[in-house]
Write a protein that binds this ligand. Structure first.
Ligand SMILES: CC(C)(COP(=O)(O)OP(=O)(O)OC[C@H]1O[C@@H](n2cnc3c(N)ncnc32)[C@H](O)[C@@H]1OP(=O)(O)O)[C@@H](O)C(=O)NCCC(=O)NCCS
Length: 178
Protein backbone atom coordinates (compact mmCIF):
# COMPACT_ATOMS: atom_id res chain seq x y z
CA UNK A 1 0.00 0.00 0.00
CA UNK A 2 1.28 3.46 -0.90
CA UNK A 3 0.05 6.28 1.37
CA UNK A 4 1.24 9.66 2.67
CA UNK A 5 3.54 9.53 5.70
CA UNK A 6 2.26 10.60 9.12
CA UNK A 7 4.20 11.82 12.19
CA UNK A 8 3.85 8.29 13.63
CA UNK A 9 6.07 7.06 10.77
CA UNK A 10 8.92 9.57 11.18
CA UNK A 11 11.24 7.45 13.37
CA UNK A 12 10.73 4.33 11.25
CA UNK A 13 11.32 6.35 8.06
CA UNK A 14 14.57 7.77 9.47
CA UNK A 15 15.92 4.26 10.12
CA UNK A 16 14.53 2.97 6.82
CA UNK A 17 16.16 5.68 4.69
CA UNK A 18 19.48 5.34 6.54
CA UNK A 19 19.55 1.57 5.91
CA UNK A 20 18.39 1.83 2.28
CA UNK A 21 21.14 4.29 1.35
CA UNK A 22 23.83 2.06 2.88
CA UNK A 23 23.44 -0.02 -0.30
CA UNK A 24 22.94 2.88 -2.75
CA UNK A 25 25.28 3.43 -5.69
CA UNK A 26 25.74 7.02 -4.53
CA UNK A 27 25.18 8.31 -0.99
CA UNK A 28 26.48 10.96 1.37
CA UNK A 29 25.19 8.98 4.40
CA UNK A 30 22.95 11.93 5.26
CA UNK A 31 19.79 11.19 3.27
CA UNK A 32 17.85 10.37 6.48
CA UNK A 33 18.73 13.83 7.86
CA UNK A 34 17.79 15.41 4.53
CA UNK A 35 14.31 13.89 4.94
CA UNK A 36 13.98 15.56 8.36
CA UNK A 37 15.22 18.88 6.90
CA UNK A 38 12.73 18.73 4.06
CA UNK A 39 9.90 18.15 6.53
CA UNK A 40 10.67 21.33 8.38
CA UNK A 41 11.12 23.37 5.18
CA UNK A 42 8.45 25.64 3.70
CA UNK A 43 8.30 23.34 0.67
CA UNK A 44 7.07 20.32 2.60
CA UNK A 45 3.92 18.76 1.16
CA UNK A 46 2.70 16.05 3.57
CA UNK A 47 0.38 14.51 0.97
CA UNK A 48 3.37 14.03 -1.38
CA UNK A 49 5.72 12.38 1.12
CA UNK A 50 4.85 8.76 0.47
CA UNK A 51 5.52 5.48 2.19
CA UNK A 52 5.06 2.02 0.73
CA UNK A 53 3.91 -0.28 3.49
CA UNK A 54 3.78 -4.05 3.51
CA UNK A 55 1.60 -6.01 5.92
CA UNK A 56 2.34 -9.67 6.66
CA UNK A 57 -0.12 -12.50 7.43
CA UNK A 58 0.00 -11.70 11.16
CA UNK A 59 -1.00 -8.09 10.48
CA UNK A 60 2.45 -6.63 11.17
CA UNK A 61 3.30 -3.66 8.93
CA UNK A 62 6.69 -2.44 7.82
CA UNK A 63 7.90 0.33 5.57
CA UNK A 64 9.42 -0.97 2.32
CA UNK A 65 9.60 2.27 0.35
CA UNK A 66 9.68 6.03 0.80
CA UNK A 67 9.91 9.09 -1.43
CA UNK A 68 9.25 12.81 -1.19
CA UNK A 69 8.16 15.60 -3.48
CA UNK A 70 8.73 19.06 -2.03
CA UNK A 71 7.94 22.49 -3.43
CA UNK A 72 10.75 24.38 -5.08
CA UNK A 73 11.34 27.03 -7.76
CA UNK A 74 13.15 27.77 -10.99
CA UNK A 75 14.18 31.42 -10.97
CA UNK A 76 14.94 33.40 -14.13
CA UNK A 77 16.81 36.72 -13.96
CA UNK A 78 16.89 36.49 -10.16
CA UNK A 79 17.48 39.79 -8.38
CA UNK A 80 16.58 41.89 -11.44
CA UNK A 81 13.33 43.71 -12.25
CA UNK A 82 12.61 40.96 -14.80
CA UNK A 83 12.81 38.19 -12.18
CA UNK A 84 10.39 35.34 -12.89
CA UNK A 85 9.73 32.43 -10.55
CA UNK A 86 8.38 29.12 -11.85
CA UNK A 87 7.04 26.69 -9.23
CA UNK A 88 8.36 23.13 -9.53
CA UNK A 89 8.81 20.07 -7.33
CA UNK A 90 11.94 18.32 -6.10
CA UNK A 91 11.90 14.52 -6.08
CA UNK A 92 14.23 13.39 -3.29
CA UNK A 93 15.04 11.08 -1.80
CA UNK A 94 13.65 7.80 -3.18
CA UNK A 95 14.37 4.51 -1.46
CA UNK A 96 13.15 0.91 -1.59
CA UNK A 97 14.09 -1.82 0.93
CA UNK A 98 16.98 -3.96 -0.27
CA UNK A 99 14.98 -7.21 -0.34
CA UNK A 100 12.14 -5.59 -2.33
CA UNK A 101 14.11 -4.01 -5.17
CA UNK A 102 13.69 -4.72 -8.86
CA UNK A 103 9.98 -5.60 -8.50
CA UNK A 104 8.69 -2.25 -9.68
CA UNK A 105 8.08 -0.64 -6.27
CA UNK A 106 10.37 2.32 -7.02
CA UNK A 107 8.43 2.86 -10.26
CA UNK A 108 5.10 2.64 -8.42
CA UNK A 109 6.18 5.32 -5.96
CA UNK A 110 7.37 7.58 -8.79
CA UNK A 111 4.15 7.11 -10.77
CA UNK A 112 1.97 7.72 -7.70
CA UNK A 113 3.90 10.94 -7.08
CA UNK A 114 3.31 12.01 -10.72
CA UNK A 115 -0.43 11.47 -10.23
CA UNK A 116 -0.54 13.51 -7.03
CA UNK A 117 1.64 16.28 -8.48
CA UNK A 118 -0.61 16.59 -11.55
CA UNK A 119 -3.75 16.66 -9.41
CA UNK A 120 -2.21 19.44 -7.33
CA UNK A 121 -1.55 21.43 -10.52
CA UNK A 122 2.25 21.36 -10.56
CA UNK A 123 4.05 21.69 -13.89
CA UNK A 124 7.32 19.80 -13.43
CA UNK A 125 9.53 17.68 -11.21
CA UNK A 126 13.29 18.16 -10.81
CA UNK A 127 15.84 15.79 -9.35
CA UNK A 128 19.49 14.89 -9.16
CA UNK A 129 19.82 11.24 -10.02
CA UNK A 130 21.01 8.49 -12.30
CA UNK A 131 19.60 8.94 -15.83
CA UNK A 132 19.87 5.15 -16.28
CA UNK A 133 17.04 4.86 -13.77
CA UNK A 134 14.99 8.00 -14.29
CA UNK A 135 14.87 8.24 -18.09
CA UNK A 136 12.36 5.36 -18.15
CA UNK A 137 9.81 7.70 -16.58
CA UNK A 138 10.42 10.46 -19.12
CA UNK A 139 12.92 12.57 -17.15
CA UNK A 140 15.20 14.61 -19.43
CA UNK A 141 18.35 16.63 -18.87
CA UNK A 142 17.34 19.99 -17.41
CA UNK A 143 20.07 21.87 -19.29
CA UNK A 144 18.14 21.18 -22.53
CA UNK A 145 15.63 23.71 -21.21
CA UNK A 146 18.34 26.08 -19.98
CA UNK A 147 17.58 25.06 -16.40
CA UNK A 148 20.65 24.82 -14.20
CA UNK A 149 21.48 24.12 -10.56
CA UNK A 150 23.32 26.61 -8.34
CA UNK A 151 25.55 23.78 -7.07
CA UNK A 152 28.30 22.28 -9.21
CA UNK A 153 26.61 19.06 -10.31
CA UNK A 154 27.50 17.28 -13.57
CA UNK A 155 24.65 18.26 -15.95
CA UNK A 156 23.80 14.69 -16.97
CA UNK A 157 22.48 14.08 -13.42
CA UNK A 158 20.20 17.11 -13.24
CA UNK A 159 16.89 15.90 -14.65
CA UNK A 160 13.42 17.31 -15.13
CA UNK A 161 10.01 15.83 -15.98
CA UNK A 162 7.20 17.86 -17.52
CA UNK A 163 3.90 16.82 -15.96
CA UNK A 164 1.94 18.17 -18.94
CA UNK A 165 3.14 18.41 -22.58
CA UNK A 166 3.78 22.18 -22.60
CA UNK A 167 4.75 22.54 -18.97
CA UNK A 168 8.30 23.63 -19.72
CA UNK A 169 7.44 25.97 -22.57
CA UNK A 170 9.05 29.31 -21.75
CA UNK A 171 10.57 28.01 -18.51
CA UNK A 172 14.29 28.48 -17.85
CA UNK A 173 16.53 29.64 -15.05
CA UNK A 174 18.32 28.49 -11.96
CA UNK A 175 16.86 25.90 -9.62
CA UNK A 176 16.93 26.63 -5.93
CA UNK A 177 16.27 22.94 -5.16
CA UNK A 178 19.95 21.84 -4.94
C1 LIG B 1 16.83 3.18 -6.89
C2 LIG B 1 15.74 2.35 -6.22
C3 LIG B 1 14.79 3.26 -5.46
C4 LIG B 1 14.98 1.57 -7.29
O1 LIG B 1 13.91 0.89 -6.66
P1 LIG B 1 13.30 -0.45 -7.31
O2 LIG B 1 12.03 -0.76 -6.61
O3 LIG B 1 14.33 -1.48 -7.36
O4 LIG B 1 13.01 0.10 -8.78
P2 LIG B 1 12.18 -0.60 -9.94
O5 LIG B 1 11.84 -2.00 -9.55
O6 LIG B 1 11.10 0.31 -10.30
O7 LIG B 1 13.23 -0.59 -11.11
C5 LIG B 1 14.26 -1.53 -11.12
C6 LIG B 1 15.19 -1.22 -12.27
O8 LIG B 1 15.95 -0.05 -11.94
C7 LIG B 1 17.32 -0.33 -12.08
N1 LIG B 1 18.04 0.48 -11.09
C8 LIG B 1 17.88 0.47 -9.79
N2 LIG B 1 18.71 1.36 -9.21
C9 LIG B 1 19.36 1.97 -10.19
C10 LIG B 1 20.34 2.99 -10.24
N3 LIG B 1 20.80 3.59 -9.14
N4 LIG B 1 20.80 3.34 -11.45
C11 LIG B 1 20.33 2.76 -12.57
N5 LIG B 1 19.41 1.81 -12.59
C12 LIG B 1 18.93 1.40 -11.41
C13 LIG B 1 17.43 -1.81 -11.83
O9 LIG B 1 18.60 -2.34 -12.38
C14 LIG B 1 16.19 -2.32 -12.53
O10 LIG B 1 16.42 -2.35 -13.92
P3 LIG B 1 15.54 -3.26 -14.93
O11 LIG B 1 14.13 -2.75 -14.86
O12 LIG B 1 16.16 -2.98 -16.26
O13 LIG B 1 15.69 -4.63 -14.43
C15 LIG B 1 16.37 1.31 -5.22
O14 LIG B 1 17.36 0.59 -5.91
C16 LIG B 1 17.00 1.94 -3.98
O15 LIG B 1 16.32 2.20 -2.99
N6 LIG B 1 18.33 2.17 -4.01
C17 LIG B 1 19.01 2.75 -2.87
C18 LIG B 1 18.63 4.19 -2.68
C19 LIG B 1 18.99 5.02 -3.93
O16 LIG B 1 20.01 4.84 -4.55
N7 LIG B 1 18.14 6.00 -4.22
C20 LIG B 1 18.43 6.97 -5.27
C21 LIG B 1 17.94 6.59 -6.59
S1 LIG B 1 18.78 7.50 -7.89
Amino acid sequence: MIRPETPADYDAIYDFVKTAFETAKVSNDKEQDFVSQLRTSSGYLPEMALVAEQTDASGQSRIVGHMMLTKSEIVRDGGTPRETRFPTLLLAPLAVALGERCHGLGAELVRESFKRAKQAGFASILLVGDPAYYERFGFQRADQFDIHPTAKIPPQYVLIYALTPDALCGVSGVTTAF
